[in-house]
Design a protein around this ligand. Structure first.
Ligand code: MN
Length: 447
């Protein structure tokens, strides 16, 4: 249940593209990842300038692949995630694993860390899964953080005020550094679990273990009190400084704009472990993979929350245009007028960063934006169906939100058919066709 076993499985399905041409880790690789962005294959860069290490990218860059990783059909994805959040199971702690093939003094400059965008502050690790414990050992947390390369032994870590930030604050009050295990190159289930909106106190490694059917194994780090998957590709043991901060950023974030420069803590790296021929995992900021990893767990959260207020939710899409984060389209089977607005309120509560949401009937495909626009064009009346909420906490990833306070305005559109008006007026006209003409047309279109 490692990244490697998953890559083998995808290789057999023909979903890995090997790139043998020599490419540079500065811009060239990120440019190629972007070119393959829309639900494209896994990319394996075999020949990276100035290193023998291979780089893999776009691992979780397609919905179908994430479903493959969890061995489920797309329609079962949300249920599977929700079940795992409710039933976290302790992974087995083992003494040894492939990660311990090489244990050495760390030298971050030897890792092929990518520089992604023109005005980024420099090379950034963007796929790292970070594990830490509270000082009293009662709370464990796993989350994904961007890490800026500073020198051979130091990274800057971006701590959004969430769980790891909280653990770091607690350590800071006690005037001690916070031990962390930084794992790179892990199974997609671990990445998804680490991106899940479970409350503080739930160890995301336990969620990952449930997603993997109890097959996740962890090793304890050698010099710090933290854990890492026994079959990861590369693990950096480090300590987040209680006192040392540096200027971190800018770096492109999920919306494809540059996140600002801020004072963020320094991580001192004290040890490195890796497989002998470790593969470095890259992840393009603002790419499909970034959107899916951040957004899919919130689609599940929205699905669950809206399911509690309306009889049936058909589908949820945190759309590409909304950066997979700020825009949701939700299709429901509505029973009463007003269901649409309740669905909107539930969606905003389930995903605090959500800014604009559209609720449509179940005959609209939430993944076809022209369909959604059509529903707004023909079923929506601004004076009645528009919901605006002012001065509410949103996301600073939205450049138009207040960058200090995160306050924003939210908008919901109830684009479901009103039940008070004649149904026929809203019916989408179809042309009856025989099997023969359907088949004939498919052939003409070359499908
Ligand atoms: Mn957490």
């Amino acid at each position: 249940m490692s990244l490697r076993t998953f890559l083998l499985k995808m290789e057999e399905k023909g979903d890995v593209l090997h790139i043998n041409e020599k490419v540079s880790r500065s811009f060239e690789i990120s440019y190629i990842i972007k070119a393959f962005d829309a639900e494209g294959p896994i990319l394996m860069f075999e020949n990276v300038e100035a290193t023998k290490t291979k780089i893999v990218a776009n691992v979780c860059g397609a919905r179908r692949r994430i479903c493959e990783a969890l061995s489920i059909k797309p329609e079962g994805l949300y249920q599977r995630l929700l079940e795992a959040w409710r039933n976290p199971q302790k992974p087995k702690i083992v003494e040894d694993g492939a990660i311990k093939e090489v244990i050495e003094k760390p030298d971050l400059l030897r890792i092929p860390i990518l520089t992604h965008f023109e005005r980024d502050a420099g090379p950034y690790i963007t796929s790292a899964v970070v594990h830490a414990k509270s000082l009293d050992g009662t709370t464990e947390n796993v989350s994904i953080h961007r890490l800026q390369l500073l020198d051979r032994r130091h990274l800057a870590i971006r701590l959004v005020p969430r769980h790891l930030y909280k653990l770091w604050q607690m350590a800071k009050e006690a005037e001690v550094d916070l031990d962390v295990a930084i794992s790179i190159g892990v199974h997609p289930a671990v990445m998804l679990a680490a991106s899940s909106p479970v409350p503080l106190g739930v160890n995301e490694f336990e969620v990952a273990n449930t997603l993997l059917g109890g097959k996740l194994q962890l090793v304890k780090c050698r010099y710090v009190d933290a854990y890492a998957p026994a079959d990861a590709e590369l693990v950096l043991e480090g300590r987040i400084s209680a006192s040392k901060e540096v200027s971190e950023g800018p770096l492109v974030d999920i919306t494809g704009t540059y996140d600002i420069e801020r004072k963020q803590p320094v991580v001192e790296i004290v040890n490195a472990m890796h497989r002998r021929d470790y593969i470095y995992q890259a992840l393009l900021p603002s790419g499909t993979e970034h959107r899916l990893l951040m957004g899919l767990p919130y689609e599940a959260a929205i699905y669950e929350a809206v399911s509690k207020v309306v009889p049936k939710v058909k589908a949820v899409n945190l759309s590409v245009g909304g950066g997979g984060w700020l825009h949701a389209i939700i299709s429901i089977e509505k029973q009463l007028d007003g269901d649409g607005k309740n669905a909107l309120l539930a969606a905003f509560a389930a995903h605090p960063s959500l800014k604009h949401a559209v609720v449509v009937d179940s005959d609209i495909d939430v993944f076809k934006i022209a369909d959604v626009e059509w529903a707004i064009a023909t079923r929506f009346q601004a004076a009645e169906d528009l919901l605006i909420i002012e001065n509410v906490r949103g996301s600073t990833l939205d450049s138009s939100a207040n960058q200090e306070t995160g306050l924003t305005s939210k908008m919901g559109l109830d684009a479901t058919k009103p039940l008070t008006k004649p149904k026929e007026k809203f019916e989408r006209a179809r042309i009856p066709a025989s099997k023969r003409v359907e088949e004939l047309t498919r052939k003409m279109l070359g499908h």
